[in-house]
Design a protein around this ligand. Structure first.
Ligand SMILES: Cc1cc2nc3c(=O)[nH]c(=O)nc-3n(C[C@H](O)[C@H](O)[C@H](O)COP(=O)(O)O)c2cc1C
Length: 193
């Protein structure tokens, strides 16, 4: 019988399949890789355009906490999961771990001020900010956000100086509009054409 070929039948790594034996995208041993320092990391990640979110949570005493975050993505359809990477030093970090709940607010393009506000270290970030408690989790939802999702903490994983919080979506909402985008250290809007 003729040997089966094609994408489904082939085995091995992408590098093996492509015949790549080294070089920039090849299998260079870890120890030989040049170190990427935090500034170089920051500089290269600046080329990754990301939609801006505000991650909120609420502590046992009903006090809301939040931070601006772009390290957010969808993860799974069944069950519906998303993830956000949160700095271990962020004040909301411990609250999310303890209370096992958070909400993601995807900001609208006219909410750059809110993004900057929630990225500051103000003591009470919700002083003077309009918000509503999510029906299921009680986590703050920001009026005017492009979309929001209430999440129960599903799992957490370590990732260097951040932790990855995986949330299971328990209630969501969305409205018309366009997203606030962060690109090369500045806020941007999606262009129409
Ligand atoms: C555009 C933007 C994106 C950010 N993305 C993240 C992120 O994904 N994860 C994170 O932990 N901090 C992120 N930060 C930083 C936090 O918002 C900031 O450190 C915040 O002040 C932390 O909250 P705290 O001061 O209450 O601890 C981002 C800041 C900005 C301006």
């Amino acid at each position: 019988m003729a040997e089966q070929t094609g994408a489904k039948g082939s085995a091995g790594s992408a590098a093996e399949r492509s015949g790549d034996q080294g070089g920039v995208f090849g299998r260079v041993p870890l120890v030989e890789r040049p170190a990427v320092d935090p500034e170089a990391f920051k500089a290269v990640m600046a080329s990754f355009a990301a939609s801006v979110t505000v991650i909120t949570t609420v502590d046992a005493g009903g006090q809301p906490h939040a931070l601006t975050a772009t390290a957010f993505t969808s993860l799974s359809k069944r069950p519906p999961l998303c993830l956000v990477c949160v700095d271990q030093r962020a004040r909301a970090h411990a609250v999310i771990r303890r209370e096992r709940r958070f909400a993601v607010n995807i900001l609208n393009q006219d909410q750059a001020e809110l993004s900057a506000h929630f990225a500051t270290s103000l003591d009470d970030k919700f002083d003077g900010v309009e918000w509503a408690a999510g029906e299921v989790t009680g986590c703050p939802l920001l009026p005017g956000a492009l979309a929001w999702m209430e999440c129960r903490l599903f799992a957490e994983h370590a990732g260097g100086d951040h932790d990855i919080f995986i949330g299971e979506l328990v209630k969501t909402g969305a409205s018309a509009g366009a997203p606030l985008v962060y690109f090369r250290g500045a806020y941007a809007e999606l262009s129409e054409s």
